[in-house]
Write a protein that binds this ligand. Sequence first.
Ligand SMILES: C[S@@+](CC[C@H](N)C(=O)[O-])C[C@H]1O[C@@H](n2cnc3c(N)ncnc32)[C@H](O)[C@@H]1O
Length: 171
Amino acid sequence: MPNTIPENYNGDIIVNGKPTHPKDFKVVRQGPPESFSSKLVAERAFAKGAVIATLEGLTPGPKRYSTVQISKTEHIELNSDLVFMNHSCNPSTLMDVDRMVVSATRDLAAGDELTFFYPSTEWDMAQPFSCWCGSSKCIETVQGAQYLPTESLNKFELSNHIKELIYTRNA
Ligand SMILES: C[S@@+](CC[C@H](N)C(=O)[O-])C[C@H]1O[C@@H](n2cnc3c(N)ncnc32)[C@H](O)[C@@H]1O
């Protein structure tokens, strides 16, 4: 699946050039912005379960490549360097929209990439893509939880609204 530039891409993912969480993580820019190959990297160690960031300063969607789904109907812009968190099928963080925090799924060291499992929050994504993570449990096409079988989703920690949507789908 081609990793295309969304029609409304205008470079605004480059937040404002100033790190938003300088002691905790940093953006590592790679390639041109339209290649979407930049990433977020820890600046220090985090113990498993530790809160890496609180979700604050959020603004409502509409749904697009940079938003996170926080309920069955709501999508928010993160408005911070957290927007550079890539998806992984072996994620280093949990995007916990029920507690409104990002937490570590395992012990992390400075330099580790911060990633989350996008279908843990997204039901039907605006910009699907082919996953580059290479994990043994890689789902390969990332387009939202709606497109994944329940047995695949059950391998991951999921937000409450995704659990509810799966329940409704399977009823
Ligand atoms: C919110 S952006 C994340 C930051 C992005 N890497 C950048 O440089 O702007 C989400 C986009 O990053 C890319 N991306 C994130 N995780 C990926 C993955 N595991 N495999 C392939 N592309 C990924 C996709 O293009 C996706 O639409």
